[in-house]
Design a protein around this ligand. Structure first.
Ligand SMILES: Nc1ncnc2c1ncn2[C@@H]1O[C@H](COP(=O)(O)OP(=O)(O)OP(=O)(O)O)[C@@H](O)[C@H]1O
Ligand SMILES: [Mg+2]
Length: 231
């Protein structure tokens, strides 16, 4: 069957084969998992895979780390090329816009404005917001509306956007960004009798005949790879 979608590579070995060659372009995706399951690594591979081909990427975080954080965090991975950082891959720290004394409603407006301005400045084909769930405690009652507006407005850009979110013991993915996402990918780090093992699952990918179920995944110096078919 012919594929009506333009697709771009995920940068994750094994994943493109699960989703008919890559993510539909443009689209908004949710990547969810518990702490340490590999969300940031996954997003960095996505951005560097684009940068290698001359695409622009934008990494948006709320962590208030200095800009050289990206280098420090990822310098041990072989897919990281220093020359792309600050050139093909830009960085936006939203920490200062969140930690103001303004009421949450005003912060929402300020955040939307700064994100839009940065996107217009960089014109990225790949956008990451990592983690989007960190806005929850800060924006309180405005969080749901903020995430909805954000994922709607991301759809208007010619880009694939990945929003990351924390899963909890009773909720495999945060519901707010899930409603508006075109795709949901879950990462797991599950306890077995002989230790923990990592898995990746494509829960949904609109317009895509994707492989279902959990598949073994590994994080090494080369980044994340998926062994499709291995449970
Ligand atoms: N070079 C490496 N080789 C193998 N595994 C690594 C390497 N670097 C990191 N890891 C694994 O990846 C995990 C961290 O992944 P990552 O920071 O991407 O997760 P995360 O889901 O973003 O976590 P958080 O919830 O803290 O944001 C580490 O806990 C470690 O187990
Ligand atoms: Mg992370």
């Amino acid at each position: 069957m012919s594929d009506d979608f333009l697709r771009i590579t995920s940068g994750i070995r094994g994943l493109d084969d699960m989703i008919e060659g890559g993510y539909p372009f443009p689209s908004t995706l949710l990547l969810a998992g518990s702490t340490g399951c590999g969300k940031t690594t996954f997003c960095m591979q996505f951005l560097f895979a684009g940068a290698r081909k001359g695409e622009k990427g934008l990494y948006i975080t709320t962590l208030s780390e200095p800009t050289n954080w990206m280098l420090r965090f990822t310098s041990r991975f072989s897919f990281v090329k220093r020359e792309h950082i600050g050139t093909n891959i830009s960085y936006l720290d939203l920490g200062p816009y969140i930690k103001t004394k303004f009421p949450p409603e005003d912060r929402v407006e300020a955040l939307k404005k700064v994100i839009d301005e940065k996107i217009i400045e960089c014109m990225p084909q790949r956008i990451v917001i990592d983690p989007v769930t960190s806005f929850g405690g800060l924006l309180k009652d405005c969080y749901r509306e903020f995430v909805f507006d954000l994922s709607q407005s991301l759809k208007s850009w010619q880009a694939v956007s990945i929003l990351t979110g924390e899963s909890t013991w009773d909720q495999p993915y945060p519901l707010e960004p899930a409603y508006t996402s075109d795709g949901i990918i879950l990462l797991y780090n599950l306890e077995h009798q002989d230790g923990r093992r990592r898995y990746l699952e494509v829960l949904k990918m609109r317009g895509t005949d994707h492989v279902t179920g959990k598949h073994a995944m590994d994080i090494s110096q080369k980044g994340i790879s998926v062994q499709v078919g291995f449970k």
